[in-house]
Design a protein around this ligand. Structure first.
Ligand SMILES: *Cc1c(COP(=O)(O)O)cnc(C)c1O
Length: 377
């Protein structure tokens, strides 16, 4: 049987029970389960605000749109960001007509604080930080840099559901944190995300903007208080970004098993490390700093001949991934090509090994065996 990179695993009965409640009640849209999940997420993370959206991508878009308007940033003001990420991250900056400035990564594959600090100018407004694979990297140093220079911190936590730093969910320091509950992330739904603003007033704006700029949510409008349900105001030009109760039904079921799932991901990572550590001259692991308990969304290695290894594994029915090709190799961001040598190196040498809940010890040993075969030749 083929060994795939990611296969989402659901508590099927649990999800169906929650979805059944929506269907029986006749409420599948925003409100009801979305509110229940927002409350559960705030409890779980300790973050002050949480608004459930239909993806993390729209959350990132909303984050920059709102910050730019509320802080009165100008077009072409700068956001320092990483080239090693999914394109949603950097598109959000461009969509807000801001300018992505690419800093290099370090051996955690997250932004290198030194590289970031060198790029700060009078036009810098924010730092967009990605916790690669669930790793916090040097997050605290980035927080300090933001404090020192008065910059806003945006945390793209798409990989970080369940990550702890010194025992706590990181993100309280950031202006806004965005989570993804896309199907292959650690808390899978089909597609959805959460935007968590530090400021309550920004959370309120986000709720309006995520639903066409309308100022009351549907659920509140159907409370039987004899009010004028059609009488809402429209305060902004918004988009339709909000989540729905069917997705939230899956999300709140899956949240109950997130820590358990992440513990098994950690076990898989440990099996890989144990099996491959004897080949340290040929296989490099990614550093996870002390105090970081990663969600282990990804298990990545770096090897000399990545493409060769990929081909060899594919031939043996093993399908790893690449996270990511550095964004500066794409046309959109080619103006910065060659400015981040460590990200370029990673882009060419990195490989993500299969990691998901259905993999057994024997599967991991098979992957290890094939990798060792390849690098020993
Ligand atoms: C998956 C991902 C996103 C986008 O998440 P969606 O919920 O699919 O929109 C953004 N950033 C990173 C780093 C991701 O991995």
């Amino acid at each position: 049987m083929a060994i795939q990179l990611f296969v989402p695993t659901f508590d099927v009965e649990g999800c169906l029970n929650e979805i059944r409640e929506c269907l029986e009640k006749g409420w599948t849209g925003m409100g009801f389960k979305t509110i229940e999940f927002e409350e559960m997420w705030k409890d779980y993370t300790g973050l002050r605000n949480a608004h459930y959206l239909n993806s993390a991508t729209v959350g990132l878009n909303l984050a920059f749109e709102i910050m730019k308007e509320e802080y009165e940033w100008f077009d072409d003001d700068e956001v320092i960001t990483t080239p090693l990420t999914f394109v949603s991250t950097n598109h959000a900056i461009l969509l807000a007509k801001l300018n992505p400035v690419f800093a290099d990564i370090d051996d955690t594959l997250c932004l290198d604080p030194e590289s970031v600090e060198k790029l700060i100018t009078s036009k810098t407004r924010a730092i967009l930080y990605v916790g690669m694979g669930g790793n916090t990297g040097e997050y605290i140093k980035i927080v300090k840099i933001c404090e020192k220079y008065g910059l806003k911190l945006v945390l793209d936590a798409a990989h970080m559901a369940g990550t702890r730093l010194n025992g706590e969910i990181p993100g309280k320091e950031a202006e806004v944190v965005n989570y993804s509950f896309q199907a292959v992330k650690n808390l899978p739904t089909a597609d959805s995300g959460m935007i968590c603003f530090k400021r309550n007033d920004f959370d309120i704006i986000a709720r309006k903007k995520a639903w066409l700029g309308i100022s009351k949510d549907t659920y509140a409008r159907t409370e039987p208080v004899g009010s004028y349900k059609w009488k809402y105001d429209v305060e902004y030009v918004g988009n339709k970004y909000h989540g729905n109760s069917i997705m939230a039904a899956i999300a709140l079921t899956q949240l109950k098993r997130l820590d358990y799932d992440n513990a098994y991901r950690k076990q898989i990572s440990q099996w890989y490390r144990d099996g491959l550590k004897a080949y340290g001259d040929k296989i490099k692991f990614i550093r996870i700093p002390y105090g970081c308990e990663s969600s282990c969304h990804l298990f990545q290695i770096m090897v000399e001949d990545r493409d060769g290894l990929m081909e060899y594994l594919n031939k043996h029915d093993i399908f790893p991934g690449v996270h990511y090709v550095e964004n500066t190799q794409y046309k959109m961001y080619s103006y910065a090509e060659g400015t981040c040598p460590k990200a370029s190196y990673a882009s060419d040498h990195i490989l993500t090994l299969p990691i998901h809940m259905r993999l057994k010890y024997e599967d991991i040993q098979m992957v290890i065996k094939r990798i060792v075969e390849f690098i020993s030749n």
